[in-house]
Design a binder for this molecule. Sequence first.
Ligand SMILES: C[S@@+](CC[C@H](N)C(=O)[O-])C[C@H]1O[C@@H](n2cnc3c(N)ncnc32)[C@H](O)[C@@H]1O
Length: 201
Amino acid sequence: MAKEGLFDQLRNPSGLLGEVAGSVMAQTNKDVNRWVIAQLAVGPQDKVLEIGFGPGAALESVLKVVTHGFVAGIDHSATMEKQAHRRNRRAVHEGRLELQVADVASIPYEDETFDRVYAVNCFEYWQDQEANLEEVKRILKPGGHFFVATQPRWFDDDHAKAEQLGNEMLEKIKEAKFADPRLLKRKFDPITAVMITAYKH
Ligand SMILES: C[S@@+](CC[C@H](N)C(=O)[O-])C[C@H]1O[C@@H](n2cnc3c(N)ncnc32)[C@H](O)[C@@H]1O
């Protein structure tokens, strides 16, 4: 597939190709998702939101720990919502997981709903990052924790560029006035992943 077509399928997977892209993501993004989930340190009672859940593999892991809280996911791709639903059918049926087709620009939850919000390999596609970060703050509880991570495979194996992207993401989170923003880096094959963790005041 041409690079542009691949980018489109990662940004907004659709149709049969989108289904395939989702299955590939579930495999290739396993390690970075595992890393993020370890940092989330969710508890059984937490209210957790994933933005851009793709195939729903990270949600599946989070649900193993959040047994008495509430887990939600939004993704603007209807194809990904179907795939994530299939992967997590039982949790949806039991009312422990709510999946919605929605854009980060307008998150369909009340103010101050979530203890933890995370997004993996998604921030780079947000159309208006400044406004979108405000929207994330809106639905976080005061003291709620935000995690945003990216493994920038488009830099091939240029680890320095990945680290530079991490610094740029950190600046954006600082500008959005999250509390205590920190940059974490982890060397993966083929390229480093970066994550910003921060709180809402
Ligand atoms: C590259 S995939 C990553 C999926 C998953 N988080 C992972 O790491 O495997 C990016 C996902 O973010 C979703 N996405 C991109 N922009 C979005 C937006 N503005 N609002 C909601 N979802 C978005 C896409 O539909 C896609 O499912």
